[in-house]
Design a protein around this ligand. Structure first.
Ligand code: 13P
Ligand code: SF4
Length: 348
């Protein structure tokens, strides 16, 4: 029941006391009440790059979701501590692939393809999944480098298993010119490969998805285009392939921000991604007509778990010499996951 103004003041004061020993990072989907304290904001790639390069701050307060904090822990040094203000801030898509399912899938797929298949995981996956991928010579991608890295991976192996987001995987493969007939799907819950011609598959998708980005559809796009013939539409690549095909642009959260920044004054742009980010863009670029593609319910409830009370509690813990909700990946998992992450960072 504490007054939010007191929490704001306390967070700022504790942060100032720590100085360079504390670095607070926030993903673009975080609420304004959290973003106001960020030393750096970014998409998943930028946040991983910050973790890989900022080895000075003792405490990294990570305002984002669990897989991002795990990635930060893997890429920082043993002397640094990564703290997630609410450990319940997960990612429902990342939870759609676990090592048990992946081991089963890999057994079946390597029985068919031998060593001509390589695993590629979206960064929205657990450290354990990244470690599996690292152990098998694979690589991590984010929404901003998926095209370049999948293209590289297709030169290393005839077949790819792309997990967990079927939509980022399909949108990336289609953009690289891979025909639909060469894109199959691994149905993890049924242990079944869905494909008409399995031997000719180039990309095998895991059947995961983001529940937030499933809430955009082509009816919304058609309606907006009828109402505002001048509207431009930009969406995140986690959207359905029909939505991506109907949009004018597709890109990561950072690419969406850059697109809007570069648009001329008065431009009308509808954005298909999490509403915290779109709401901030509407306020920041008030001289442009920025709109929600779906104004109703496109909020990532997991990102939203990080709020002022959780952040204030975390800062209190750190000020008292406690660790708060520290995210620590065990050494063996971190070692192998880092292989897959380092491969991505070298290729980015
Ligand atoms: P970005 O890497 O584009 O910021 O995406 C992260 C994410 O979780 C989107 O749902
Ligand atoms: Fe995960 Fe979707 Fe939330 Fe991104 S928006 S963190 S993919 S649940």
């Amino acid at each position: 029941n504490e007054d939010p103004a007191d929490q704001v003041q306390r967070i700022a004061a504790i942060k100032a006391d720590f100085g360079d020993d504390l670095f607070l990072v926030a993903h673009h989907y975080q609420k304004d009440e959290v973003v106001q304290f960020a030393d750096a904001r970014g998409d998943s790639l930028k946040l991983a790059q910050i973790a890989a390069s900022n080895h000075a701050a003792k405490h990294i307060v990570f305002c984002g979701v669990h897989f991002m904090a795990e990635t930060a822990d893997i890429l920082t040094t043993a002397q640094q501590h990564v703290v997630l203000p609410d450990p319940m801030a997960g990612c429902s898509m990342a939870d759609m692939a676990n090592p048990f399912q992946l081991t089963q899938a890999w057994q079946a797929l390597t029985a068919r393809y031998g060593d001509t298949i390589l695993p590629v995981t979206y960064v929205n996956s657990s450290a354990a999944i990244k470690a599996f991928v690292g152990r098998h010579g694979g690589v991590v991608v984010t929404s901003s480098n998926a095209g370049a890295i999948v293209s590289w991976a297709l030169k290393q192996a005839k077949h790819l298993l792309f997990l967990p987001d079927q939509y980022l995987g399909r949108n990336t493969a289609l953009a690289l010119g891979i025909p639909k007939t060469e894109i199959g799907m691994w149905l993890a819950q049924q242990n079944h490969l869905e494909a008409t011609d399995p031997d000719n598959l180039r990309v095998i998708l895991w059947n995961g998805y983001c529940s937030v980005h499933q809430q955009f559809n082509t009816t919304q796009i058609d309606h907006l285009r009828q109402t505002y013939p001048d509207v431009k539409i930009i969406v995140h690549p986690e959207c359905h392939q029909d939505v991506v095909a109907a949009a004018d642009e597709v890109g990561s959260t950072a690419a969406i921000i850059n697109y809007i920044k570069a648009a001329p004054k008065g431009a009308r742009i509808a954005v298909g991604t999490d509403n915290n980010l779109v709401g901030r863009l509407i306020h920041t670029y008030a001289d442009k007509k920025i709109m929600f593609l779906n104004p109703h319910s496109c909020a990532c409830i997991l990102m939203n778990r990080i709020d002022l009370p959780h952040l204030a509690w975390t800062m209190d813990q750190l000020a008292a010499g406690d660790s708060g909700h520290e995210i620590k990946v065990d050494a063996d998992t971190a070692f192998w996951a880092k292989k897959a992450l380092d491969r991505m960072l070298e290729l980015s």
